[in-house]
Structure formats: C-alpha cells, structure tokens
Design a binder for this molecule. Structure first.
Ligand SMILES: NC(=O)c1ccc[n+]([C@@H]2O[C@H](COP(=O)([O-])OP(=O)(O)OC[C@H]3O[C@@H](n4cnc5c(N)ncnc54)[C@H](OP(=O)(O)O)[C@@H]3O)[C@@H](O)[C@H]2O)c1
Length: 267
C-alpha cells in the first residue's frame, strides 16, 4: 500500500522552512502527497513549494503562520480549508542554551507555545478528523533531551518530554481509530537549530535524511523511536542508574559536548 492510500492525499508539516521539517516535506512529496507547508519565513516556503511542484507535480499550500501567536489555529484552519489532512508532522520548534535565571522569560513563553501548545492544538484538530475517517498519521518531535531533565536547556528539555509523552500516549489512544502516532526523538542533527539555540550538534551529528528515514521506517510499528545508535545508548543509560546520576551526566554533557562557543538565548 502506498503512503497516499494508507493515510490520504494531504500532509501538513509545521516548521517546513528548514531542517527536519523541510526534509519531511521533500520525502512526503516524493511519495506524491500534497502538502500544506507551515512556518514564518514565507520566502523559504515559496521556494520549497515551487521546487516540489516542479519535481513531483503535487499541490502545495504555503501557510505562513507564526505558531506562537494567539490566533495561530484560526489562521491554520483557514489555510487548510476543507482539505483532508491525513499526515501531520508536528515539527516546528526551537531550543536555547544557557542559565535558566539569566534568560528572558518571554523566550520560554514562546518556546512553550510553539513546542507544546501548538503541537497539542494542531494534533487535536486534525487528529479528530483522522479518528473519524479511521485513517491517518501524526508525528510529534521529541528529542534526546526529552528522556532526562537537562540542565542549561531545562525548559526546552521539558517541552520535548511533553512531546514524547504526547506521541506515546496518543499512539495508544488512536490505535483503535487506525491512526498511527509516533514520537520521533532525534539527538544532535545538523540543522539551523544549533544557530537558533546557541548549541552544538554534539560529537555524532546526524543528517536530516537519517532522521526522517528513521521516522518513516518506524511509523505504524511503535509508539516512539530514538534516531541513531549513539543517541539510543544515551537514552537507555538512565534505566540502569539513579535519577541523580542521570542528571549529573546530563548537566556535564550539556556543557562539554553540546554548548556552542557563543551561547545565545533567542528564537
Ligand atoms: N536539530 C536537532 O539537533 C534536534 C534534535 C532533537 C529535536 N529536534 C527538534 O526537531 C524539530 C525541528 O528542528 P530543526 O532541527 O529542523 O531546526 P530548524 O532547522 O531551526 O527548524 C525549525 C523550524 O521550526 C519553525 N519555527 C520556529 N518557530 C516557529 C514559529 N513561531 N512559528 C512557526 N514555525 C516556527 C522554523 O521556521 P521559521 O523560522 O521560518 O518560522 C523552522 O522551519 C524541532 O521541534 C526541534 O526541537 C531537533
């Protein structure tokens, strides 16, 4: 069965203007799904849309929506219209690096809105339609740092734990409705994420292609997946040591391996 037969004609990808989201858009277009591309940078979305229409002869809706804004869901609904979205990639998100007490709380407010509130509301709106139609797929973007509380990116790590939990819990709830849900958890992946967050992709940076391949392989087969062997090992360690030791390791690794030379807290 093709992806289109299994899930329907339309996919919606948030954060499609770069990195993992852009790669998801390319992958889904190559499977002939029509796309609704969401992000703030319209020129990036338009460029990608043109490329994908030319290459795959699909339909694309460019949806320049800021997911941190109050009325983002109204705007998104308008762009989606009556199109039956059968494949949702809840990917938009950003992180930060630094001391919690020194950061601007507005950045945290925005981070929680984009990473958690938007992913919840979007999944609820399109998930309800999928459940009714008895077919669909939803991917939530968690992270390696969602597996243990991570100092110096505490709020971001908490938002990713949120998405991991959402993906896994909804995998169970929506199974009966034939909707596949997956929490995709990448570790350091070379994208614009590091530039925005002031971090480094760490010692074993993965590519967006590897991350998307991992997701597409595991969707429909399990509730969550960690991308990459090195990252998998890091998520297994907490099962064998105390929570305090996990925290000590997470804090140490964050400073040593994942901190860029010039940390910034912006979005
Ligand atoms: N790269 C990593 O190492 C890594 C590791 C684990 C998890 N992740 C997760 O993977 C997801 C994708 O990140 P990435 O690595 O691909 O980073 P990226 O290249 O920086 O892409 C982030 C995407 O999110 C969009 N976005 C950010 N704020 C937004 C807002 N307010 N409204 C709408 N769209 C917004 C950005 O688009 P605009 O700026 O155009 O709005 C962009 O398309 C994120 O959820 C991230 O937490 C990344």
């Amino acid at each position: 069965m093709t992806l289109k037969e299994k899930y329907g004609n339309w996919a919606l990808v948030t954060g499609a203007s770069s990195g993992i989201g852009e790669e998801f858009a390319k992958r889904l277009a190559s499977e002939n799904l029509n796309l609704i591309l969401v992000a703030r940078r319209i020129e990036r979305l338009e460029k990608l849309s043109k490329e994908l229409i030319e290459k795959h002869n699909i339909k694309v809706v460019v949806a320049p929506v800021d997911l941190s804004k109050k009325k983002f869901m109204d705007e998104l609904k308008e762009y989606a219209g009556k199109r039956e979205v059968g494949f949702l990639v809840n990917n938009a998100g950003f992180g930060y690096n630094g001391e919690f007490v020194e950061a601007d709380p507005d950045v945290f407010r925005k981070m929680i809105k984009v990473n958690c509130i938007a992913s919840t509301e979007i999944a609820h709106y399109f998930g309800a339609q999928m459940a009714k139609r008895k077919k669909g797929a939803i991917i939530f973007l968690g992270s390696l740092v969602g597996y243990s509380p991570t100092p110096f990116t505490s709020v971001y790590s908490a938002t990713k734990a949120f998405n991991l939990f959402m993906g896994e819990a909804l995998w169970y709830e929506l199974k009966k409705n034939n909707v596949d849900v997956l929490a995709l958890n990448p570790g350091g992946t070379a994208t614009e994420f590091q530039q925005v967050a002031g971090t480094s992709a760490g010692p074993v940076a993965r590519s967006v292609k590897e991350v998307v391949n991992t997701a597409m392989k595991k969707l429909g087969k399990r509730p969550s997946v960690v991308d990459g062997f090195y990252n998998k090992v890091l998520t297994v360690i907490p099962r064998f040591i105390t929570r305090r030791s996990t925290l000590m390791i997470a804090g140490y690794m964050r400073k040593k391996l994942y901190t860029a030379k010039a940390p910034s807290v912006s979005s």
